[in-house]
Design a protein around this ligand. Structure first.
Ligand code: FAD
Length: 343
């Protein structure tokens, strides 16, 4: 396919190379686009109107080209498709090498990645290979109208302040963005864009890494990124029987059960489902915190939730400061009422 260069602005890095384009790294789960990819595209489209540069997507995988029209419908002007058998399984080193190779050829101005379980490690590896900066876990992005720099905004110091970070002299300007925060645009099936298939048939993976087997577990950390309802279990829930009841209730609600670090340490919740500063950041429609006191290390990671309900018998618990609705009672009192006796 022939590429025509749009008459857009571009910047020149310290190395003298011009950089152009707002790139989004697509994430594919079970042959479908991860919701965060559509969200990133929504933000990239907004940034592109301020920066006057096109939105482009890197799509890496095995037989993923069929997803390219969907990316165009969500705002991509160009989709760079990289296919190879080696990308059938997610091996971070291989994905990073492929992206770095493409970025090296095209020199985008900005590269956005979802701050998902995969994206967090992958974005750091790509930034390190490209020797550029990375702002991890952003909750907002904007363009500085004077300098044209990407403002990469994220909570810092346990959520006590919002930091704005810029990358003045390295390209691409890289940010990973929390899932569930940016808004996808309404897809336009008639939108036009280019699909560029790059020849990666001779791509050699990292030979230090060999995939022996893949085990799919019922518990998926990814579900924390996608779930609309999350129930957070805290130390106040106290015993595994009550946690089991909460799991049964969650199944009925279509919710995922996660927890505080204290609940993880008490053996009530799997460590992979920890929410907080040293766990996952979440942004569901509804977060129900049961027996969680609401220390800053926990609440900093739940502010993206649209609504928060807290259940705690301690009226002074700080969780009530961030909750939309509070129920001042114990889990033992609350659960039978919430489940109407069917547990
Ligand atoms: P607690 O603070 O012990 O609170 C339990 C609550 O349960 C109390 O408010 C109590 O009133 C209530 N309760 C008691 N009985 C009942 C009952 N019968 N029914 C209902 N409620 C009841 N924490 C995280 O969660 N995630 C992190 O990622 C994280 N990272 C950290 C990183 C650092 C560097 C540090 C220093 C700390 C971190 N913490 C993290 C720990 C954090 O500071 C808190 O210790 C932790 O969040 C407390 O968990 P909790 O609210 O479940 O327990």
């Amino acid at each position: 396919l022939q590429m025509t260069e749009p008459e857009n602005s571009c910047s020149v890095t310290s190395s003298g190379q011009s950089s152009k384009g707002i790139w989004v790294l697509a994430e594919v789960e079970n042959n479908e686009l991860a919701p965060v990819t559509k969200e990133l595209l929504g933000k990239a489209v907004e940034l592109s109107t301020k920066l006057h540069q096109d939105v482009e997507v890197v799509l890496v995988g095995r037989e993923v080209v069929s997803l390219a029209p969907c990316l165009i419908a969500y705002g991509a002007k160009r989709v760079h498709v990289v296919e190879n058998e080696l990308f059938a399984s997610f091996i971070e080193e291989n994905y990073a090498r492929a992206v770095v190779e493409l970025v090296g050829k095209h020199n985008p101005e900005i590269l956005l990645v979802g701050a998902t379980l995969r994206g967090r490690g992958l974005s750091a590896r790509i930034a390190s290979l490209l020797q550029t900066g990375l702002t991890a876990d952003c909750t907002e992005l904007d363009i500085d109208s004077e300098t044209g720099l990407l403002h990469q905004i994220r909570p810092a110091f346990g959520g006590n302040l919002m930091a704005t970070i810029v990358t003045p002299d390295r390209r691409p300007q890289m940010a990973s963005v929390r899932p569930g925060i940016m808004k996808a645009i309404i897809p336009d099936a008639s939108a036009e864009g280019e699909i560029i298939r790059h020849d990666f048939s001779a791509f050699e993976g990292d030979n230090r890494i060999r995939l022996i087997s893949e085990i799919t577990e019922a518990i998926s950390e990814e579900s924390l990124s996608n779930s609309k309802i999350i129930i957070g279990v805290g130390r106040g829930v106290k015993n595994k029987e009550t946690v089991a009841q909460i799991h049964r209730w969650a199944e009925r609600l279509g919710a995922v059960v996660a927890g505080s670090r204290a609940a993880v340490e008490a053996g009530l919740i799997d460590a992979r489902m920890q929410v907080g500063q040293t766990g996952h950041t979440i942004a569901p429609d509804l977060y129900i915190a049961i027996g969680i006191s609401g220390q800053i290390q926990h609440t900093a990671a739940i502010t993206g939730a649209k609504k928060i309900i807290a259940i705690n018998p301690d009226r002074t618990a700080p969780i009530f400061n961030v909750a939309d609705y509070g129920w001042n009672t114990s889990v033992e009192e609350a659960l039978p009422q919430l489940t109407n006796g069917w547990l």
